[in-house]
Structures are given as C-alpha cells and as structure tokens.
Design a protein around this ligand. Structure first.
Ligand code: ATP
Ligand code: MG
Length: 570
C-alpha cells in the first residue's frame, strides 16, 4: 500500500468528542470515524486491525470444534416473546416493524435465534455436542454509549453457543471456550484476567468475565492479594458474619430526635455528630410488587443483584414515594426498622451494630440507640451489600484490592433456560426427550481493539502488537525526490511484499518529520528509514516502534531482519 493513496486521514488535534486514549488515538490515527452516537465507521487501517482480531478468534474457535454460521441481525419478535425477553430486554432493544406491521428487533444477542435454529434439526444425542459461532454486528441502545468502540450501540461481537447432552458436556464446552479465550487475548497481546461475574439478563449461574485491567475500564474488579480469587464488584461475595457476644455493647435508651432537613446519611451524620457506619439505611423496595426493606450500614451500598437473588424474585425495584409513604408513614429519607410492618432483610454488617441511628418513620425525625432484637427483628441476614476494596476475601484470610477493568469477553453456562422456553429438545440414549444444555460465549471484538490500545500507547501514538498491527512495516525514504532513496525504497517495498510482509511505502513528498509523526501515531511496529547517508554506507535504519531501538542493517539483510522481528513479535 502506498501512503499517498491510503485513506487514513490523521489529525494533529485531539477531537473534543473523545475522552479516553484509545478513542482519541483511533480518531487521530485515522482508524475510525463517528456516524452517530455510539455508531462508527471503520476506516481501512481500523478494519485491518479488526479483521486480524477476528482471524485470531476464528482460529481458536475452530480449534475447539466451533463451526461458523451467520445468523440474521433482524429477528422476529415472536421468538423473543417465547422466552419472555421481548419485554425483559426493555429500552436497550432496537425495535422495528415491517410494512405489514410485523415486529422485529435488531439482535442485541442471539440465544433465541440460534436455539430456534437447532430445535428443528437436532433430534438425537448422536448430533451432540454442537458448537456454533458467528462474528457479527450487535445492536444495543445503551443508556450511555461512550468511549468510542468501548461502548457502542452498534458493535462487532463474536458469539458462540454450545449444545450438549448433559452437565458434563456443558462443563467441557465451557472450559474449552474459557481456555480458548485465554489464548485469544494472549495472542492479541492482552492480559485478560478471568473473574467471577454476574450473569445479568442473559441468565444462567456459572459465568466468568475476561477483564483487562486499565484505568479506562467501566467495571470494578476486586481481587485478593493473597489467593487467586477475583470477581466483578457486582458479584464479589461478602463474608458471612455471626452475632458475637464479645462485641456486645451496653444498650442505650431508644430516643426520638428531630432532624429537620436531614434525610441523607451524610446530612444525618453531620447533624447528629455520628459516623456514617453508626447509622442504618432502610431502603424500601418492591419485590415482585410487594414492599420489603433492606437494612444496610450507612457507609455501605446495597447491591440490588444480590438482594434480588437472595429474595428469589423476578422483579425488584426501588419503591416510589407513594409506596414509601404508605408503608412507613413518612416521606422518603425517614424510613427505619423500628415498627415497620414489612419483611426486613439486613446485611451482615448490621449483625454486630449497637445503638445505631435509624429513621423514625416520621417526617423529619430519626431514632438514636436503635438495637436489633430489643427494638426490631429481621427476617434474615444476608450478603446484600456492594463488596469494596479493603473487604476480607471470601476464600482466604487475605484482603480484596480494587482495580478498574474492561470486560472484553464473557462465558456463561446457560443450562436449559432457552432450550426449555423454546422447546429445543433431543432424544437421550435411553429414549427420553430432554432439553438441550446450553452455554454461550461472547467477545467484544471492537472493544478488544480499544483495550489493546489502552494498554499499548505512548505520547507519540499507538504501539500495535505485531499480531494485530494493520501493517507490519512502513518504509520511509527521507526524501522521495532523491532518486537513489526512491529506488531503494521501491525495491525494498517489492521485496518485503514478495516475502509476505504487510508493508506501506510512504511515497509522499512530505518533510521527514511529518512522515515519522504519522508512522508513530498509526503505530507501525517497524519503520525502515532510507536516507542518503545510510545508503552511502550500504545500510538502512530499522526502528522498533515499541522500544524506539534503532538498528543499522546492511541493505541485503533488511528483509531477513524484518522477517525475524515479525516472527519474534507474533
Ligand atoms: P457490559 O456489561 O459491558 O454492558 P455485557 O455484559 O452486557 O457488557 P455481553 O452480553 O456479555 O455484554 O456481551 C459480550 C461482549 O460484548 C462483552 O464482554 C463486551 O466485550 C462486548 N460488548 C457488550 N456491550 C458492548 C457495547 N455496547 N459496545 C462494545 N462492546 C460491547
Ligand atoms: Mg458481559
């Protein structure tokens, strides 16, 4: 490829729309352009990188017996009604109608359509296991599309679905995919850490996310400093706590105090001169429509996913102000456990809390010295709060540390959630008919590219790992007007191409500084500079982008040297 013809409009200034490095650099290096919020065009260099990541994914999916298919993006609503996800998916789903008023969506994921595909053909255990995958655009009308490819509304995903006859088969599919993911991310030059995660709207119970630890990450990963435990903070387990007589304190007198204009924990603790950890928040929720309360220590946050799982309900939402008034007799901000006639569930951090400040269920009033057992009872204690850095590890005696993470992939054991709902069954060896046992496995392909950049850049631009670089080499004659340089450059360009090297020749009549800046910004792993002086010495200068190391190589060894560097880098 000739640089003069490459459609890679580089920018000297950082566009205002970009906040994080990967997004800024993809725009500046001319890899990407925005069409609408969360919707992007890949320019030629960006697409080459994407295709390389896809190529690695394909090889690893094929290596574990995956077969590639291409499922439709436009999916009929009926299938989604069968699983109940037409309504569950909510506003994130892009919906459309055909000319006859029939409803469709743009696939945010493909469990329904792939399960419907196999239900009509897979009849016998003999046809299992089956692993189907695709690499294709997904559509999600995200609440907060941002950071370029990190969180788009249209984005490329690899999704694989496994179908097995029993749990043992599913286990094998799951761990095959898990290990394939480890290889994929390593081959892309990324360290992606598998962490325990929550399964969200997809369903199932065993799942890992692959996290790239980086400041730009939107997730919080908690990992133990002593053992290998690591989990998304949404999912990280707390440690169960028992009431310990040794921690008991003298029970002081329950007292009602006026707290004008103080309804948040911050305001209360400032007003009453108590620490937030001596207060209890009483949060009123509607669990499957019925009011319940969660008691959380003042300095902690409720984890709604844990609360919903613990209650085992289909829906859980914060109660509206009318329900709160009807249940507590007070406006929002003054609910408390004493005298409250709905089921109370308390986080473990409350177990050994004495003489706490709680809401009085009365406008602008709180109670001090509220005590469990004497003043209120709870249905149960549970792990209900958001686990935080500094909390004890649930697996060993270590402590959890926090780090930001980018979720580049996730693997799920789905079980029979979709096969049961859609009637995808098969005949076991003994003739019984049972639902297929499924798993699903996603990788954000564009997000992986962005994550690679987040981990590989410097003040001059992107530093591509060799395996996914858009081109391996750029050949830069210092002056294209100099005939000897131009000829030597052209000759090397031809030789490198003949040797299978992906190479760009910078044939532009530009100052060397401009050409070097673009080469560094785009991030070609290897630059060959051809100047008059080095040619006189029978040499060319080979520069390694990552280390800035410069080698003066005899002209007839340049191709071999480059082949060696590429091989070492892949
Ligand atoms: P997130 O929690 O980040 O919203 P998710 O858990 O909903 O993602 P999955 O359904 O697990 O996403 O999708 C598989 C993979 O697709 C994710 O691991 C992620 O890498 C990628 N992905 C998900 N949503 C987006 C998006 N909006 N833009 C780019 N990539 C995405
Ligand atoms: Mg996920």
């Amino acid at each position: 490829m000739l640089m003069s013809q490459l459609y890679s409009p580089t920018l000297r200034e950082t566009p205002a729309e970009a906040e994080i490095q990967s997004h800024k650099l993809m725009l500046r290096a001319g890899l990407l352009r925005r069409s609408a919020t969360g919707i992007y065009t890949y320019l030629p260099l960006g697409l080459r990188v994407l295709r390389k990541v896809e190529g690695i994914i394909r090889e690893e999916m094929d290596a574990i017996g995956g077969q590639e298919v291409l499922l439709p993006i436009v999916q009929p609503a009926e299938l989604w009604h069968e699983t109940g996800r037409w309504s569950d998916y909510g506003a994130e789903m892009f919906r459309l109608q055909d000319r006859n008023g029939r409803q469709f969506c743009l696939g945010p994921t493909h469990e329904e359509i792939v399960t419907a595909l196999v239900r009509s053909e897979v009849r016998s255990y003999r046809q299992l296991p089956l692993r189907l995958y695709q690499i294709q655009n997904k559509y999600r009308d995200e609440i907060r599309p941002r950071f370029g490819l990190m969180r788009g509304r249209e984005f490329v995903m690899k999704d694989m679905y496994s179908f097995d006859r029993d749990e043992e088969g599913l286990d094998k599919s799951y761990w095959d995919a898990y290990h394939a993911y480890e290889r994929i991310f390593t081959r892309c030059g990324l360290e992606a850490r598998p962490v325990e995660a929550d399964s969200g709207a997809i369903g199932g119970d065993v799942t890992h996310e692959f996290m790239v630890l980086a400041d730009a990450g939107e997730d919080l990963v908690l990992h133990c400093t002593t053992c290998s435990y690591a989990a998304n903070s949404e999912r990280a387990e707390g440690v169960s706590v028992k009431r310990d007589p040794a921690l008991a304190q003298e029970l002081k007198e329950l007292t009602e105090v006026a707290t004008p204009n103080a309804s948040t924990i911050e305001q209360i603790s400032a007003f009453l001169q108590v620490r937030p950890q001596d207060c209890i928040k009483t949060l009123i929720y509607l669990a499957d429509g019925k009011p319940v309360a969660a008691l959380i220590r003042g300095d902690h946050e409720l984890n709604e996913i844990k609360f919903q799982k613990f209650l085992g309900v289909a829906t859980l939402e914060l109660a509206d102000s009318i329900t709160i008034y009807e249940t507590t007799g007070a406006p929002v901000g003054f609910a408390g456990p004493v005298g409250l006639k709905i089921p109370l569930y308390a986080d473990y951090a409350i177990v050994n809390l004495y003489n706490a400040v709680v809401g009085a269920n009365k406008d602008e009033h709180h109670l001090t010295n509220a005590n469990l057992e004497r003043d209120f009872q709870v249905e149960a204690f549970a792990d209900l709060r958001e686990t935080q850095p500094g909390d004890p590890c649930p697996r060993c005696s270590g402590t959890l540390e926090g780090a930001r993470g980018i979720e580049v992939g996730q693997v799920f054991k789905l079980g029979t959630k979709y096969s049961s709902a859609l009637g995808a069954t098969f005949l076991q060896e003994d003739g019984t008919e049972t639902p297929l046992i499924m798993g699903c496995y996603g990788i954000g392909v564009g997000r992986t590219v962005a994550a690679v950049i987040e981990k590989n850049y410097d003040e001059d631009g992107i530093i591509w790992p060799m395996s996914i670089a858009p081109y391996h080499v750029i050949v830069v004659p210092v002056s294209i007007k100099d005939q000897a340089q131009a000829e030597a450059a052209e000759k090397l360009y031809q030789e490198l191409q003949a040797a299978g090297v992906e190479v760009v020749l910078d044939d532009r009549n530009e100052r060397p500084g401009v050409k070097f800046k673009d080469a560094d910004l785009i991030g070609f792993p290897i630059r060959v500079t051809i100047g008059s002086k080095s040619l006189e010495h029978g040499q060319m200068e080979v520069t390694i982008r990552r280390t800035k190391e410069k080698l003066n190589v005899p002209i007839d060894e340049v191709v071999a040297t480059i082949l060696g560097i590429i091989k070492d880098g892949e």
